[in-house]
Design a protein around this ligand. Structure first.
Ligand SMILES: [Fe+2]
Length: 680
C-alpha cells in the first residue's frame, strides 16, 4: 500500500490506490513429558510466543523463539512436544531442536506423521524445564475429504497506528463458537510489519511506539526506516510482543504471504520507492527476506524454498526482460534469496494458492513526474493501459506521446516490454496450479485487490475529465496481466476462483471479470478484500489528505451535515459514482443523489466499507462459500490489545460453486449491526 504519510493527491488516490532448525519428525511412541527435561539443561526464555503454519494432511510447521538466559553463544537445546490434549498426558511426537544465535534464536520444526483433520497441542521446553506458552494447531483433511474450511483473512497490522483488538475479538468469538463454527486457519495477506517508524501522517497520533531501530536510516520527512537485518528483526520482535497477536498465532496455523511493508513501501522487485530514498535496495531485500523467513514460519517446498544467504550490492537496474524482470545480477540474486509462492490443499474442498505480488513485478506504470506532466488529477485509465502494455500497446503501435497539460509528454514505455505483476515464472506456475487443482474452490492468497476501483470523473457533465484509477499499486496498475489471468480462468473453464486480498485498508467484495473495460466482460472469479487489523483506514487517509481549503476531492470523501459534522460518503463515491456523491455533498438530497447514481461507476462491487478495521471469515464448503465481513471499532480508538474490539457490523455474502465456463455470482450483503453508508 502506498505511503500514507505524505499528503498529496496522488497519495490520496494511490493509497486506495532459523536457519531454522527444520527437522522432520517421525512418529515416536508415547513418552512422558518428564523425559523432555534433560538433567543439567540450560535455561531459556520464550520471548515471542509460539506459532504454527501451513497445515498439510499429515503435518504442520511449528515455531518459537527462545533466548538462553546464560547469554551463551552456543545453541540452546530445546524439545518440542505434540499432544492430542492440552495437558500433554499423551505426547504423540517429541523432537530435540535448538535455538541458535545465527537465527536470532528462532526455531521452526517441520512436523510430519500426524493424522489428517485433527487438532493438536504443542509446546517447547528447555532442558531445565522452562516451558513455552501452549500452542494449538490442526492438520488439513485427507485428499478425499469434503470437510469444510473456516479461514480467517487478515492483513495490515501497523503497530503504531492501532491496537490489536480485532485479533482479540477473533480469538474471543472463536472461543465461544461451537465446534462446527471454529476457525481452522488464518490467511495473512501481508503487511505483518511496517518498515517505517513513526509511520504517521502529520497530525496523527501513535497509539503506541516502536523502540528506535538498532541501525535504521532516516528519510527527508524525518521518518526512520529499517535497513539492516537487526532492524527488520527488531520489527518482528516488537510486533510479536503484542499479546493479542501472540494469542492468535498460538491458536491457529497461519498461512502467510507478504505485501510491500515486509520490505519497503510500494516495493517492486528489489527496489524502493520512497520520495528521497528511492532506488536500488538489494541489500535491504535480502535482509528483509531473512527476517521474514526467521519469524514467519511457512512450508517452503518446491517451487518455494528456504532462505539462501546472498552477497549483493545495491546497483541500478539493467534493461527489463520479458515480464519486466530487471536484468541485473544483484537484483536477481536478491530475489532468489527466498521464494514464497506455494500452494496448499484442504481435501476436495479448497486449494490455497499463495502468490508473491511484490518480488517480480514491474514498477508502477506512472510516477509523480509523469502524472504532473500529464496534468491529470489522478492516473487516467486510458493512459495507464497504454503504459502497462508497453511496446504491445495499440496492437504493437504504442503512442509515442500523450497529450499533456503543456504539450506532448513522451511515452516512457513505448519500447519496453509489457508489464507483469507476478513475473513470467510465477505466472506460469500460478496458471498451472489453478488448472491442475481438482478442489471445488481455488482460494488465491493475492495480497493486493484485483477489483477495478475507479473514479468515474467522466460522468461529470461538461468537464472533459477522464476516468481515473483509485490506486495503481495493486492490480489496478497492471490491467493487462489481470486481463490475461481472468481470461485464462474463463477460457480454461476453471471455476471456483476466489481472490483473497488485503492491502487497501478497506473491506470489499466484488466480481472479477475478464476485462472491466470491454463492452462484453465475462465474469470469471470472486474477490473478498479484507481491511487492516489495525492500520489507518482508507477513509481516514482520504479524509486527512483532502483537508486543504478548496480541495476539489473533498466532497467525494465527506459531506458536511447542517450541524457541521461530517458524513462519510467515500463509499458512495465508489459504489454509486461521483455525481451521486457530489449531489449528497452539495445538496444533502438523497433523492437527487439517487437520480444521479451511475450504475457503471464500479459495477462489479458488491460491498465496500472504506472506514473499517477488522477481518473476514470465509466458510468454504463443497456446496457453497460464505464470506463474513467483520468490522470492529477502529483500532486507533481502542485503548489496548487485550480487550476484544466491539463488532460494529457483520456483512455476509454467499456464493455457490459454478460450472466450468459458468458465471460466478455473489449475493448482496446481509447485515448484522449498522450497515455502512450508503447501505444504511
Ligand atoms: Fe497495509
Amino acid at each position: 500500500m502506498s505511503d500514507v504519510t505524505t499528503p498529496s493527491r496522488r497519495n490520496f488516490l494511490n493509497q486506495f490506490g532459523f536457519a531454522a532448525v527444520a527437522s522432520s519428525l517421525s512418529f515416536v511412541p508415547t513418552v512422558s513429558p518428564a523425559s523432555a527435561q534433560v538433567a543439567g539443561g540450560r535455561r531459556g526464555r520464550f520471548t515471542h510466543g509460539v506459532a504454527s503454519a501451513d497445515p498439510s494432511a499429515d503435518g504442520v510447521i511449528l515455531w518459537t523463539r527462545a533466548e538462553p538466559l546464560d547469554r551463551s553463544a552456543l545453541p540452546l537445546p530445546l524439545t518440542v512436544q505434540v499432544s492430542l490434549s492440552d495437558d500433554f498426558e499423551t505426547v504423540v511426537l517429541e523432537q530435540r531442536v535448538s535455538a541458535a544465535l545465527d537465527d536470532d534464536y528462532t526455531v521452526r520444526v517441520r512436523v510430519s506423521g500426524l493424522e489428517a483433520e485433527r487438532w493438536y497441542y504443542y509446546r517447547f521446553l528447555t532442558g531445565a524445564g522452562d516451558i513455552s506458552r501452549l500452542g494449538r494447531t490442526c492438520t488439513a483433511p485427507s485428499a478425499d475429504s469434503a470437510s469444510p474450511l473456516r479461514l480467517a483473512l487478515a492483513s495490515c497490522q501497523n503497530y503504531e497506528q492501532g491496537f490489536y483488538g480485532a485479533w482479540a475479538r477473533m480469538v474471543a468469538d472463536d472461543d465461544a463458537a461451537d465446534d462446527d463454527s471454529k476457525i481452522h486457519a488464518v490467511l495473512h495477506l501481508g503487511d505483518f510489519i511496517y518498515e517505517t517508524t513513526p509511520d504517521l501522517p502529520s497530525g496523527a497520533r501513535a497509539v503506541r511506539r516502536i523502540d528506535p531501530f538498532p541501525d535504521g536510516a532516516t528519510l527527508p520527512s524525518g521518518r526512520g526506516f529499517a535497513v539492516t537485518l537487526a532492524d527488520y528483526r527488531h520489527l518482528y520482535k516488537s510486533y510479536l510482543q503484542d499479546e493479542a497477536l501472540q494469542a492468535a498465532r498460538a491458536r491457529w496455523p497461519f498461512i502467510c504471504t507478504w505485501d510491500d511493508h515486509e520490505f519497503t513501501n510500494d516495493s517492486w522487485q528489489s527496489y524502493a520507492t520512497y520520495s528521497g530514498g528511492e532506488g536500488p535496495a538489494q541489500k535491504r531485500k535480502v535482509v528483509a527476506n531473512q527476517a521474514w523467513f526467521e519469524y514467519i514460519p511457512a512450508r517452503l517446498d518446491d517451487p518455494a524454498h528456504d532462505f539462501r544467504a546472498a552477497e549483493v550490492e545495491d546497483t541500478d537496474g539493467g534493461a527489463p526482460l520479458d515480464g519486466y524482470l530487471i536484468n541485473d545480477s544483484n537484483n536477481l540474486l536478491a530475489l532468489a534469496s527466498l521464494t514464497i509462492y506455494r500452494s496448499l490443499e484442504w481435501g476436495k474442498t479448497a486449494s490455497i494458492v499463495v502468490t508473491d505480488t511484490r518480488s517480480y513485478r514491474a514498477p508502477q506504470p506512472m510516477d509523480d513526474a509523469l502524472e504532473a506532466n500529464l496534468g491529470a488529477p489522478a492516473p487516467p485509465l486510458e493512459i495507464l493501459r497504454a503504459l502497462d502494455a508497453g511496446r504491445e500497446a495499440s496492437g504493437g503501435n504504442p503512442p509515442a506521446n500523450f497529450a499533456g497539460a503543456e504539450g506532448d509528454v513522451r511515452n516512457p514505455r513505448a519500447d519496453h516490454p509489457a508489464a507483469s505483476l507476478l513475473g513470467v515464472a510465477q505466472k506460469q506456475w500460478f496458471k498451472q496450479t489453478l488448472q491442475e487443482s481438482t478442489a471445488v474452490w481455488k482460494l488465491w492468497a493475492n495480497s493486493i485487490p484485483a477489483m477495478p476501483l475507479r473514479l468515474d470523473l467522466s460522468s461529470i457533465p461538461f468537464q472533459g475529465l477522464p476516468d481515473v484509477a483509485v490506486g495503481i499499486d495493486a492490480w489496478n496498475g497492471y490491467p493487462g496481466e489481470l486481463r490475461e489471468l481472468m481470461s485464462f480462468v474463463k477460457t480454461e473453464g476453471i471455476s471456483g476462483v476466489v481472490s483473497c486480498a488485503g492491502d487497501y485498508h478497506m473491506h470489499g467484495a466484488a466480481i472479477l471479470t475478464t476485462d472491466p473495460d470491454s463492452d462484453d466482460p465475462q465474469d470469471a472469479a470472486i474477490e473478498f478484500a479484507t481491511c487492516g487489523i489495525s492500520s489507518f483506514t482508507m477513509f481516514s487517509g482520504a479524509e486527512r489528505f483532502t483537508r486543504e481549503p478548496g480541495d476539489p476531492f473533498r466532497p467525494l470523501v465527506v459531506a458536511e451535515a447542517e450541524d457541521g459534522s461530517i458524513i462519510e460518503n467515500f463509499n458512495q463515491t465508489l459504489l454509486r459514482g461521483v455525481r451521486s456523491s457530489l449531489a449528497t455533498s452539495y445538496t444533502g438530497s438523497d433523492t437527487l443523489a439517487g437520480w444521479l447514481d451511475n450504475d457503471v461507476a464500479n459495477p462489479y462491487l458488491r460491498y465496500l466499507d472504506t472506514n473499517a478495521n477488522g477481518y473476514v471469515v470465509l466458510t468454504v464448503r463443497e456446496d457453497g462459500l460464505t464470506g463474513e465481513i467483520v468490522t470492529v471499532t477502529r483500532a486507533d480508538t481502542q485503548s489496548d490489545s487485550a480487550m476484544p474490539a466491539q463488532v460494529q457490523r457483520r456483512a455476509v455474502l454467499t456464493a455457490v460453486p459454478w460450472q466450468p465456463g459458468g458465471t460466478p455470482e455473489l449475493t448482496e450483503p446481509v447485515f448484522e449491526g449498522k450497515p455502512p453508508f450508503p447501505f444504511a
